[in-house]
Design a protein around this ligand. Sequence first.
Ligand SMILES: Cc1ncc(C[n+]2csc(CCOP(=O)(O)OP(=O)(O)O)c2C)c(N)n1
Length: 379
Amino acid sequence: MISADDFIIPAHERGYDFYTGVPCSFLTPFINRAILSDKTDYVGAASEGEAVAIAAGAWLAGRKTIVMCQNSGLGNCVNPITSLNFPFRIPTLLITTWRGQPGLKDEPQHELMGPITQSLMELMRVQCKTFPSEKAQISGTLDAAEKVIAESNLPFGFIMEKGAVGPEELDQAPTEPKPPGSNQDLRSGTIDANRYQTLEKTLEIVSDETALIATTGKCGRELFTIADRPQHFYQVGSMGGASGMGLGVALNTDKPVVVLDGDGAALMKMGSLATIGAYAPDNLTHVVLDNGVHDSTGGQATVSPHVDFAQVALACGFRHAATTDNLSGFGEALSMASENDGPSLIHAKITTGSIDNLGRPTVKPQDVAHRFRKFITGT
Ligand SMILES: Cc1ncc(C[n+]2csc(CCOP(=O)(O)OP(=O)(O)O)c2C)c(N)n1
């Protein structure tokens, strides 16, 4: 058995100081220490997939990151690990517990995940080792992980057995309730623009210092078609992960960050609104481009007509929210978000459809990540 600091301190010496994740009872001592230690920043995520996206954003802003989860939560990580970390070559240290370890008496929900945990990691091209439970193993294990990451730029996994880390107290101050944010209704009654026109308007308004993260599907393709710049991140996969990534970037830079989301994608990871509201980076604007459908996959309806995204955001602690259905109102809302402290959410109701012969990003994902990181960090 080790203490949490036996790992956290040498990891910190190697630059790992941004932690995010979702707890597991096997992780309790380690996560408790990660929450309280002055060597670590910790973001409690709503889901493990969101944690992977938050960590990816933090890495793009220059941090070295650790994602912690139960192996049940590995299932929630599969999509971002395979469609975000892998194509964009974004590393993280992924510490997952080993519930259901063969030979261990555990709950029925872990019976299958226990024996397949290592194989699942391997399937996702995540090399992994057992989390060290002896102090003497830690340095060598971390160096081995660092070597793999340096060579591959891919996540490296540690699988933590029951009782690997000794108990830690948790004395966590409850977060203060936020004062109510302001709401603007800028609807005219007539939707007058589609996603492409709204993205064009966005580029007219945001400063050259602004980082833009576009969700999967046609949003990123349109942004690329309108203009291809280092401060654009076209999140080709990891549907729903744009807001988590935006949070991870915004918490680690002074630059303004704008997330360009779809209604389907925002609904897929709606818990991220709560995480953003709680951690509340003032430089983050979340735009939900709401055409009421999964436009990129053929126009199947989403449930967005029943959802008031502005009210949801305000209920989650956002400082401002606005609802628009016209380009001029959208421009006003985005200018206001750019000039005032956020986080802000703009619910932009738009028409369906795109331009003919829409292109796709021709810059390789890992080059998109590399230049975006350079844009944010300056190095
Ligand atoms: C996890 C996951 N599920 C499904 C898809 C397929 N997919 C790609 S784009 C898209 C539609 C996204 O809809 P929305 O966010 O509303 O954006 P829009 O296409 O309307 O701009 C879907 C379902 C995916 N890429 N990833």
